[in-house]
Design a protein around this ligand. Structure first.
Ligand SMILES: [Ca+2]
Length: 559
């Protein structure tokens, strides 16, 4: 501990030589005004070079940032893959760092380490200054109230410092994309309604198996199938009719009751009940074995059919876009209805989701001559015009402000209360992901909270399949939206001691649980005779200690 303190002190001394302190410079305008500077000012932004960006210097976004801020921005490119190691080498060699580093995916531990060593400066005071953080605080109106406080809190290191500038990227749909799509032509053939409970689902799947809903006289139907890619986990989806279980995008499998008492769902009897139900479906031949081995393309081969090929899939666990090569125009897209939640025998009806957290990937380094100006530049990125330009490219070509006509058409997610229409990129060509010198192909420094991304109009399509695709998916998302516990547990800031003590226990537990869950479902493990061994193995792996440590970290940050 003492050794660390001396190192920190030494580094702070090195850095303080190049710093002019917290004084505002004569050329900086008041917060919220643009440009940021009214005289010559040079500043270096370091960022990993994204392969699809053909030119950073003569890049529309670079020019835009320069013009709007008044800052003479130099882009220092790190290697696309090796940027973390590069930064490590630069710091250990005592090289001068860029003033600010953007789109750097560091872990919370790495972030804290650079912060504690003095390479990244704490930004708490900058955010406390409402002027400096003008666009940030103004943009908070697009963040749901219960998440506003978390914007900074979730990014705090265990020493209480915020070493990164938080940015949001949350669409309405992404966190609610996990669930079932059901074959409505089979429902019609079987004269059944859309199932809303686990028992109705089981009855439907049995009927698909036994009653030849595709009418070809062959028992070729596959009642329920998922895949091993994103959104394809059959057990995860069905479990949420018994106990809440977060999806794969969650920072951990930790759950919480309404008072902030954490628990691990796989240690509960409700979880065992869920496995019993899923095992029963499996035993009855209602869940395809392929669910546990095939990737998304395997499912696509089963559902993206044409011409005389009969439908075979009764229900799919997937994102709709993984079921078809082109989901907006696929011939069979209209055969599938996106479901909301399925209610279990005790009334549990959740959808697996995760706490969407801000991105903490932009830093101001100890070598920034005027951290306020670097901060103002990041703050400028929170302005909607800047954000849309970073995300889409130039206004008018790649995105535009909503017209009266767009507004009259109504908002796409009006059912969720997002009734305003602000902008659209519908029917505009996108630079995103392409080889481009228009943007930097990253969302890492955009302010796109859910309340901003939702402000788009509904679109009227000429192709009825495209219209069905847009409407059905939206209706499914709306039906799942918010069907989760009051508290979702996100990333926790562990202390260095806790990290050393925990080691890889979180990942190890998760791997072991996933493996056993599949084995319980397919009958390789028995829910009556092997359950206690399952629990005692989790215990031997360090489950209780992990939970207690997580609770302590949670309490420090949120209680
Ligand atoms: Ca058949």
């Amino acid at each position: 501990m003492k050794k660390v303190s001396i190192l920190v002190l030494a580094l702070l001394l090195v850095c303080s030589l190049s710093s002019t302190g917290l004084a505002y410079t004569d050329i900086m305008t008041p917060g919220g005004e643009l440009p940021i500077v009214t005289g010559d000012y040079h500043l270096v932004i370091g960022t990993p070079a994204i392969a699809t960006v053909t030119d950073y210097e003569n890049n529309h976004l670079t020019q835009y940032l320069r013009e709007r801020s008044g800052v003479d921005i130099e882009v220092y490119l790190f290697d696309a893959q090796e940027y973390r190691q590069q930064l490590q080498l630069m710091t250990s060699a005592g090289e001068k760092l860029p003033d600010t580093i953007w789109a750097f995916n560091l872990t919370a531990v790495e972030r804290e380490s650079y912060g504690r060593q003095g390479y990244f400066i704490p930004l708490n005071d900058f955010f406390a200054d409402g002027d400096l953080a003008h666009f940030f605080w103004d943009g908070m109106k697009y963040v749901p109230e219960q998440k506003q406080e978390l914007t900074i809190k979730t990014g705090l290191s265990s020493d209480g410092n915020l070493y990164a500038f938080p940015f949001w990227l949350e669409t309405v749909a992404d966190a609610w994309s996990f669930g079932l799509l059901i074959n409505n032509t089979f429902l019609d053939a079987l004269d059944m309604e859309i199932p809303t409970t686990t028992e109705e689902l089981r009855e439907y799947l049995l009927a698909v198996k036994e009653k030849d809903p595709n009418g070809n006289g062959i028992a070729d139907e596959i009642p329920l199938v998922g895949h091993t890619s994103w959104t394809g986990d059959v057990i995860n989806i069905l479990m949420n009719s018994f106990t809440y279980y977060p999806n794969v995008d969650s920072a951990s499998q930790l759950c919480s009751d309404d008072e902030g008492n954490l628990y691990l769902p796989y240690a509960t009897e409700e979880y065992r009940d869920g496995l019993r139900f899923i095992h029963q479906l499996y035993e009855e031949g209602l869940i395809s074995d392929l669910s546990f081995s095939q990737d998304r393309y395997g499912l696509q081969a089963m559902t993206d059919l044409t011409g005389d090929q009969p439908d075979v899939v009764g229900a799919a666990v997937s994102h709709r876009s993984f079921m078809f090569a082109s989901h907006a125009t696929a011939e069979r897209r209209t055969h599938y209805t996106t479901l909301g939640v399925i209610e279990g025998p005790d009334g549990v009806a959740f959808t697996p989701t995760h706490a969407v957290e801000p991105r903490y990937t932009s830093y101001i380094t100890c070598d920034a001559a005027d951290p306020e100006i670097a901060f103002r530049l990041l703050d400028m990125c929170c302005d909607p015009e800047a954000t849309f330009t970073i995300r889409y490219g130039r206004e008018g070509e790649y995105w535009r402000w909503a017209t009266e006509e767009d507004k009259a058409a109504g908002a796409y997610y009006s059912a969720l209360g997002y009734t305003d229409v602000l902008f659209t990129s519908n029917d505009m060509k996108l630079a995103w992901g392409q080889q481009t010198d228009e943007i930097w192909n990253t969302n890492a420094f955009t302010w796109q909270p859910i309340g901003l991304t939702a402000l788009t109009p509904g679109t009227v399509y000429e192709n009825p399949i495209s219209q069905y695709n847009a409407d059905d998916w939206r209706d499914g998302i709306v039906a799942r939206y918010g069907k989760c516990p009051k508290i979702l547990v996100g990333s926790l800031a562990y202390t260095e001691d806790e990290i050393n003590q925990l080691g890889t226990v979180q990942a190890d537990l998760n791997t072991y649980v996933n493996e056993c869950a599949t084995r319980f479902v397919i009958g390789e493990m028995n829910l009556d005779t092997d359950w206690d061994t399952f629990q005692s193995t989790l215990e031997a792996m360090g489950m209780s200690n992990y939970l207690a440590t997580a609770q302590a970290a949670y309490d420090r940050a949120f209680k």
